[in-house]
Design a protein around this ligand. Structure first.
Ligand SMILES: [Mg+2]
Length: 166
């Protein structure tokens, strides 16, 4: 089903590096807004820098694909020393496919991480990569997002994977 993800965690920093190893995930397509930080926030959320460092040190490739504008995405991705696609147009596959190629990854070993059902989850499924859903860090205040979040409700996970290993 197109709105389903393979895994659900409450937040990115809950995903231990050993999880990627055991699931044979070697490359990650990362969303920014409400995944790595709150919407339009120039600073990553607590623990995200260390988490990225741990993932990077484990040899897992990462690339940012965001639907947000270049002036938002570039400084954030630069700070994290990650390559990026802005105006990613998820759920369309172009940005994600570009990212997979750019990382030199194979789709079967690649997963996306994101917080939105109709962009991130749908995009990962259309592209044929795995999907790790994370809960949005904070709920958006615009009417557009309120409607979107309401429509997401039937597809949201009932439980999240917990791990002691960080
Ligand atoms: Mg997002």
């Amino acid at each position: 089903m197109l709105f389903l993800y393979d895994y659900a965690f409450e937040k990115v920093t809950d995903i231990p590096v050993v999880f990627f190893k055991s699931e044979q995930i070697k490359a990650l397509v990362l969303d920014i807004d409400n995944t790595l930080t709150t919407h339009d926030n120039p600073q990553p959320a607590d623990g995200v820098l260390q988490w990225l460092e741990d993932v990077r040190n484990a040899g897992i490739k990462m690339l940012v694909v965001s639907n947000n504008k270049p002036h938002r995405v570039k400084p954030f991705a630069d700070m994290l020393k990650l390559e990026f696609v802005a105006n990613g147009a998820k759920p369309l596959t172009k940005g994600i496919n570009y990212a997979v190629k750019k990382m030199g990854a194979e789709k079967k070993y690649t997963a996306a991480i994101g917080d939105q059902i109709f962009t991130d989850v749908l995009g990962a499924n259309f592209s044929g990569i795995r999907m790790i859903y994370v809960k949005p860090i904070e709920h958006e205040k615009t009417m557009f997002f309120k409607v979107k979040r309401f429509l997401e409700k039937p597809f949201l996970p009932k439980s999240f994977i917990k791990s002691d290993k960080h």
